[in-house]
Design a protein around this ligand. Structure first.
Ligand SMILES: NC(=O)c1ccc[n+]([C@@H]2O[C@H](COP(=O)([O-])OP(=O)(O)OC[C@H]3O[C@@H](n4cnc5c(N)ncnc54)[C@H](O)[C@@H]3O)[C@@H](O)[C@H]2O)c1
Length: 315
C-alpha cells in the first residue's frame, strides 16, 4: 500500500546530467522516483548510486513512444542538450522534443499530474534583447543546424501552452540557461567540459573567434533547487521562467579560470566561430527572484572546483 504523502514523480531524461541530480534530490526528499531514459546521452552510471534505494526505479524507455504509468508529477528533461549530440541525429532530436512533449502531456492529462518542461535559453536564438527577459520572442533561424533543438524546444513550449489553454493542464515551463557540474557528458563538446578536459590533459584550450563572446554559467545544485521550487508554485503560475546564473563571463575569462584552478600549462588557441553561435547570452532573473524567492548561490570558481574534481576522477 502506498503512503499518501509520498509523491510519485517521473523524471524523463533522469539518467542524464541534470536529471540524475534531480533524481538524487527527490529520492533524498523521500518521493517515489521513476527515472525514464533511453541512454542516448545519459548513462546508468549517473544513477548507479540510487539503484539500491527502495524509492527509486530506472526504466529504459524512449519518450517518442507513449508511456503508461501512474504519477503525480512529471519533470520532462529528456532531450540531448549539447550541439554535438543533438546535431548527430537532428530528426530524432526534434522528435524527442515534440513527440516526447505530446506523449508526456498526454500522460499528465490522463493522470491529472503536474508537468514541468525543461525548455532552454536557445528559444531566444541569437538574441536582440540583452539580458533576455521571458517576454522576448527570440531571434531563431528555423532552417539552421541548431534548429532541430531550438525549434523543437519552441514547439514543445507551444504544446505545453496549448494543453494548458485547451485542457487546463497543470504546466510549468522553465527556460534553462547554461548549466554545468559533475556528470556533464565528458564528450558533449560544451565549453566547460571541453576546457576542463583539455586543461587536465595539457592540451590546447580551443576558443571560437576571439573568445570575447559572453556566457553565464549556473551550477547544477542551484538549478535543481530552482526546478523543485518551480514545481511547487501554485497552479496559476505556469511560466515561462528563466533559470540560470546572471554572472557574465567571456569565454576567455572562463578559460583563464580553468587554467588557474588546474594549474595547467595548456595554451589558448582560437578557431573560427561555428554557425549561429550567439555572441551574448545572459538571463534576466527578476521573475525567478520574485516568484521562486531564488537566486543562484554557487559562484563560478566554487562550481568549477567541484566540476574539475569530478572530471579528474573519471577513468
Ligand atoms: N545543461 C544545460 O545547460 C541545459 C540548458 C538548457 C536546457 N537544458 C535542458 O535540460 C534537459 C537535460 O539536459 P542535460 O544537460 O541534463 O542533458 P543530458 O544529455 O545529460 O540529458 C538528457 C537525457 O535525456 C535522455 N534522452 C534523450 N533523448 C531521449 C528520448 N527520446 N527518450 C528518453 N530519454 C532521452 C538522454 O539519454 C539523457 O539522459 C534537456 O531537456 C535540455 O534541453 C539543459
Amino acid at each position: 500500500m502506498r503512503e499518501t504523502t509520498k509523491k510519485r514523480i517521473l523524471v524523463t531524461g533522469g539518467a542524464g546530467f541534470l536529471g540524475s541530480h534531480l533524481c538524487e534530490r527527490l529520492v533524498e526528499r523521500g518521493d517515489d522516483v521513476l527515472c525514464v531514459d533511453n541512454f542516448y546521452t545519459g548513462s546508468k552510471r549517473n544513477v548507479a548510486h540510487l539503484l539500491g534505494r527502495s524509492n527509486f526505479e530506472l526504466v529504459r524507455h524512449d519518450v517518442t513512444f507513449p508511456l503508461y504509468v501512474e504519477v503525480d508529477e512529471i519533470y520532462n528533461l529528456a532531450c540531448p542538450a549539447s550541439p554535438v549530440h543533438y546535431q548527430h541525429h537532428p530528426v530524432q532530436t526534434t522528435k524527442t522534443s515534440v513527440h516526447g512533449a505530446i506523449n508526456m502531456l498526454g500522460l499528465a492529462k490522463r493522470c491529472g499530474a503536474r508537468i514541468l518542461q525543461a525548455s532552454t535559453s536557445e528559444v531566444y536564438g541569437d538574441p536582440a534583447v540583452h539580458p533576455q527577459v521571458e517576454s522576448y520572442w527570440g531571434n531563431v533561424n528555423p532552417i539552421g543546424i541548431r534548429s532541430c533543438y531550438d525549434e523543437g524546444k519552441r514547439c514543445a513550449e507551444t504544446l505545453f501552452f496549448d494543453y494548458w489553454r485547451e485542457h487546463r493542464l497543470k504546466i510549468k515551463v522553465v527556460r534553462i540557461f547554461n548549466t554545468y557540474g559533475p556528470r556533464m557528458h565528458p564528450d558533449d563538446g560544451r565549453v566547460v567540459s571541453n576546457f576542463i578536459k583539455q586543461a587536465l590533459r595539457g592540451d590546447d584550450l580551443t576558443i571560437y573567434g576571439d573568445g570575447g563572446q559572453t556566457r553565464s554559467f549556473c551550477y547544477v545544485e542551484d538549478l535543481v533547487e530552482a526546478l523543485l521550487r518551480m514545481m511547487a508554485t501554485p497552479d496559476d503560475f505556469i511560466g515561462p521562467i528563466n533559470l540560470g546564473n546572471a554572472g557574465e563571463f567571456t569565454i576567455r575569462e572562463l578559460a583563464d579560470e580553468i587554467l588557474a584552478q588546474t594549474r595547467s600549462t595548456s595554451r589558448i588557441v582560437s578557431l573560427p566561430m561555428p554557425e549561429d553561435d550567439p555572441r551574448q547570452r545572459k538571463p534576466d532573473l527578476t521573475l525567478a527572484r520574485k516568484v521562486l524567492d531564488w537566486s543562484p548561490s554557487i559562484q563560478l570558481p566554487e562550481g568549477l572546483a567541484k566540476t574539475i574534481a569530478y572530471f579528474a576522477g573519471l577513468d
